[in-house]
Design a protein around this ligand. Structure first.
Ligand code: HEC
Length: 115
């Protein structure tokens, strides 16, 4: 009897993370959620093939850093390399929409003692 209870509980513990994960799919997002700009749809679809766009939108980088990110996606995550034209379209959008942010402009928590 006790064994069965333990087995049931262990089963629940294993299932919980799997269930939590399946509730999010990249298709919860659409390009219209993103700030308007040239190349928005192309960028959205290029980057959401593998992960949500939040992962991209939470970053703020220079063009060179975005370029590095794309290289990283290609090298480490097997993203199909875009041709020069597509890469420029995506970079134009990322650079214009998600530039590096000054810490104060983030609007997040700020240390009241750091003045
Ligand atoms: C072929 C799959 C694939 C594609 C396409 C892809 N990524 Fe990724 N990306 C990944 C994986 C896998 C991770 C790591 C997953 C995670 O941390 O959840 C990741 C993580 C990231 C991160 C976080 C990196 C970090 O160090 O925390 C950024 C930023 C990112 N991707 C940007 C992009 C951008 C921009 C595009 C579109 C130009 C893109 N990705 C397209 C697979 C991909």
């Amino acid at each position: 009897m006790r064994c069965i209870a333990w087995a049931a509980m262990a089963g629940l513990l294993w299932m919980a993370p799997a269930m939590a994960q399946s509730t999010f799919t990249p298709s919860d997002e659409s390009p219209e959620d993103l700030p308007a700009g040239a190349g928005r749809d192309e960028t959205f679809y290029a980057c959401t093939a593998c992960h949500g766009f939040k992962l991209v939108a939470q970053q703020g980088m220079t063009r060179a850093q975005w370029d590095d990110s794309i290289n990283l996606m290609i090298r480490r995550h097997n993203m199909p390399a875009p041709d020069d034209k597509d890469r420029a379209v995506v970079l134009n959008y990322l650079e214009a929409t998600y530039p590096p942010r000054a810490p104060a402009a983030r609007g997040g928590w700020q240390n009241p003692f750091a003045k």
